[in-house]
Design a protein around this ligand. Structure first.
Ligand SMILES: Cc1ncc(COP(=O)(O)O)c(C=O)c1O
Length: 354
């Protein structure tokens, strides 16, 4: 197969995969005390790699193939071990390319196993911040391509929007009439909130976008003070969301509200969602549910009605031995009792207590 033929073959595969993709489920939460403000969960754990990141990974690879950065046999390298790496490993395998995730030395075995399950390998380095330069170096050494999702996701999302490629916001907006009042998501790389916020503005929707943020993260203080270069120097403890700096893909201008959520509240809400409400998800979705309760209460107090959509970025399974494990949670010093009581009262009475 010539190089040109391979590009056609790879692009065709990825486009066919995109065309065959089904919308993920929207679950309505059982909240009888708040009939005028339903909360719905958009369950992105139903994507093939179990997270919201799958579409982004496919778009990233499509762009890299079209630009000629990725050719037949090009080894791929990324500097993360999270959901993005799992998704990129899956897409790489589809194209017959090797994929290596450069991850911090102490990454949990479950994380490594998820990447391996999709055909990827990992390369451990320390300190954690050295993953970026090591990924770049490794890509050079093997004549490969450093995918560098932190820098490249923003342009990939914008290209999809310019080309009318349907994405997560299309699925939400097409499923709901009237349009939702709010969509709530978290921010890690900032990609999901960028894709949703820019889409809403581009298409003239009245739906507003709320981003929930974790303790120690730069997004809330940076957004409130309008300081793009705000830095905390501290890692987030809620996997997938919260960063020590505002990442380049995050667009504060398309975010209507950033809601800081205490870490213990995120974990309590994650467990409440899985238990009482029947939707198993990860801790970032717990943070989103907490933010959604705040918004639903605010709307109901103002006499407004409308739907609040929570984006569930991933499911519960990757967190069984961590955020769903009582001993592990106790070791973090989080007391879940008070936030759990607040959630239970909210669901029973509609009273958020604030
Ligand atoms: C668990 C989880 N939550 C939320 C997100 C959304 O964050 P981002 O801003 O990177 O799209 C991600 C992204 O990987 C994630 O893995």
């Amino acid at each position: 197969m010539s190089d040109r033929d391979w590009v056609r073959y790879a692009t065709g595969l990825l486009e066919a995969d995109r065309a065959a993709e089904r919308a993920t489920p929207l679950h309505r939460l059982p909240l009888p005390a708040m009939p005028s403000v339903p909360i719905l969960v958009k369950d992105e754990s139903a994507r093939v790699t179990g997270s919201v990141k799958y579409r982004f990974a496919r778009s990233l690879l499509l762009g890299a193939v079209a630009r000629g950065d990725v050719r037949r046999g090009t080894p791929l390298v990324e500097a993360t071990g999270g959901n993005m790496a799992v998704a990129e490993a899956h897409v790489a395998r589809m194209l017959g390319l090797s994929f290596t995730a450069v991850v911090p030395g102490r990454s949990a075995p479950d994380r490594i196993a998820r990447i391996a399950a999709h055909g990827g390998t990992v390369h451990r380095v320390d300190p954690p911040l050295a993953v970026y330069e090591n990924a770049e170096r490794l890509a050079r050494q093997v004549s490969g391509h450093y995918l560098d999702c932190l820098s490249t996701l923003g342009p990939a999302i914008d290209a999809d929007l310019d080309n009318g490629v349907p994405g997560l916001p299309d699925e939400i907006m097409h499923a709901l009439t009237p349009e939702p009042a709010w969509i709530v998501t978290g921010a890690g790389t900032g990609a999901t909130s960028r894709a949703i916020g820019r889409y809403l503005r581009r298409h003239g929707h009245a739906t507003r976008l709320a981003v929930v943020d974790a303790e120690n993260s730069a997004y809330f203080p940076g957004w409130v003070t309008d300081a793009r270069d705000y830095a905390t120097g501290m890692p987030s403890r809620i996997e997938g969301i919260g960063r020590p700096r505002m990442e380049p893909a995050f667009d504060p201008a398309v975010v209507d509200l950033v809601i800081p959520v205490p870490d213990a509240s995120s974990v309590a809400a994650m467990r409440f969602l899985a238990g009482a409400l029947g939707v198993p998800a990860g801790p970032s979705t717990g943070a989103c549910l907490w933010g959604a309760c705040h918004l639903a209460h605010r709307m109901s107090r103002a006499g407004e009605s409308g739907t609040v959509v929570v984006v569930a970025a991933d499911g519960a399974d990757p967190y069984r031995r961590t955020f769903y494990d009582d001993d592990w949670v106790a070791g973090k010093g989080w007391d879940l009792a008070e936030p759990a009581r607040r959630l239970e009262r909210f669901v029973r009475t509609g009273d958020w207590g604030a």
